[in-house]
Every structure is written in C-alpha cells, then in structure tokens.
Design a protein around this ligand. Structure first.
Ligand SMILES: [Mg+2]
Length: 259
C-alpha cells in the first residue's frame, strides 16, 4: 500500500465544489462502485509510455500492408484495436502486442493519489468496488498484485480480447459488472475519466462520476452528461469516509469539507 501515495497531490482541491452536492446525493443511493482503471486507479502508461506500444503497432500494420493512415498519429494503442476495417487475423496480432505493452506498463504504472484512501473508505463502508476497464485483464491483475490491493477489489471486468467492440463506450462491460453484483443498475455508480465512461454508464442505466484529472476534462465530462465531477480521488475518499450510518442501516454522506 505504501506505493499508492508516492506522488504528492498538488492540485485543485477547490475546483469542483459546484458538483459536491450532486456527489453526496449520488453516494447516498450507491450500493456498489464501478471503477475505471486507467485514470482513477493509476496512470497505466505513466512510467512506460504508450508511444512504445503505438509505435510497435504501426510497425506491424506497415509490415502487413494494412492501409489505415488515419491511425498513424495516435499514441493510444487501444484506439488502434477499436478501429474498423482491420482484418480479424491482423487484429489478433495487434491484441497480442497491446497486451504485451500493457503488461510491461503495469510494472511501471503510476498510482493515482487518493485512490488508496478511496478504496479503503469503500471497504469500511461496505461498498463493493468492481473494476470496469478497456485495459487487458492480465495488466490489471499484474498491477493489483504489484500494489498488493487485491483484497480491496471485488472483481475485474476487462477488455474482451476477442471482441474490442465491447470496449466502453459500449455498455457491455458495465452490464456484466452490474449483473455480477446482482444489484439494480441505479444502485451502482461508475467513476471514470473519459466521456466514454460516462456514455457506457448511462447506456447501462448506471450513474456516473467524472474524474477530471487533466485540464479541460471537467468541461468535457460535464458535457458528456456526468452526474458529478471531481478533480481528485481524495474528494471521493473524503465523501465516502465522512458517511454517517443511520439506525435504519442506510448511509448518509454529508458534503465533505475540502479546503
Ligand atoms: Mg480511464
């Protein structure tokens, strides 16, 4: 657990107070958390740049003579996997290359500040946390093993290597997670840092909290329809940790004081 707080939280505790009330209202009705991996849990390619893998994919496509020039500027390996027009045999090769890159990246992925506190707070409050991610299951498992935080995560629903069309914004992975939890979709909330997370959540009937970890993301996440937006995982940890339990057994989440 010590590695999780390695980087100082140097930003923006006051930037998102406009959605604080929404955040607390959402948490009051939440019985399970679906958590995106890349962003809210760690920066997957924060220590091993995604360009390494993207460059490898470009080499592979060139060697196979696949004419998709629009892809060549991308730094995102997952964007390549999700593109139309790639023959299945080629896509399987690309999938293997992306998985290898993700496994390597998981060794160096940078933990997100505040996430250890958030996961611990969820555990104390009895809120199960399920990872829902477009990354590969092997990479997620390697990261959880590396940080020794497996016990804080109930399950992982990750990219289907055989069908990249099921990646978010498709609601498939969210639906799978909700079905596994056995809860109404409306009792779950998805926390993610991309508009695709918001879209996948809402398509599945799940509320969404945007994690705006970079400049400009708050506006994009709000425009995508996020029910609330936070700028640090510490805000979420504080909201969950500050919950008060009523005699009925329900939890109340007073607005956290974040100054
Ligand atoms: Mg993400």
């Amino acid at each position: 657990m010590a590695e999780l707080s390695a980087k100082p939280d140097r930003k923006r505790h006051t930037a998102c107070d406009c959605t604080r009330r929404n955040l607390c209202e959402i948490l009051e009705h939440t019985r399970a958390v679906l958590l995106d991996f890349d962003g809210p849990i760690c920066a997957v390619f924060g220590g091993y740049p995604s360009t390494n893998t993207a460059d490898r994919l470009r080499q592979e496509l060139k060697s196979l003579g696949v004419p998709i020039p629009g892809l060549f500027p991308t730094r995102d390996p997952l964007a390549v996997l999700g593109m139309d027009g790639i023959p299945d045999s080629v896509r399987r090769n690309l999938e293997s290359l992306v998985q290898a890159g993700e496994m390597r990246a998981a060794e160096f992925a940078v933990p997100t500040t505040g996430t250890d506190e958030f996961l611990s707070a969820c555990q104390r409050r009895g809120l199960p946390v399920v990872i829902v991610t477009n990354n590969s299951p092997g990479a997620v498992q390697r990261y959880l093993d590396r940080l020794n935080i497996q016990e804080l995560v109930k399950a992982v629903f990750a990219r289907d290597p055989g069908d990249p069309s099921r990646m978010k914004p498709d609601p498939y992975l969210v639906d799978q997670a909700v079905g596994y939890l056995g809860l109404p979709a409306g009792a779950c909330v998805l926390i993610g840092d991309s508009s695709t997370d918001v879209a996948a959540a809402h398509a599945a009937g799940v509320r969404s909290i945007g994690y705006a970890n970079k400049p400009g993301k708050r506006d994009r996440l709000q425009a995508a329809g996020a029910d609330a937006v936070v700028c640090t995982m510490g805000e979420l940890a504080a909201a969950v940790a500050g919950a008060v339990r009523h005699r009925s057994g329900s939890w109340d989440y007073p607005a956290p004081s974040l100054r």
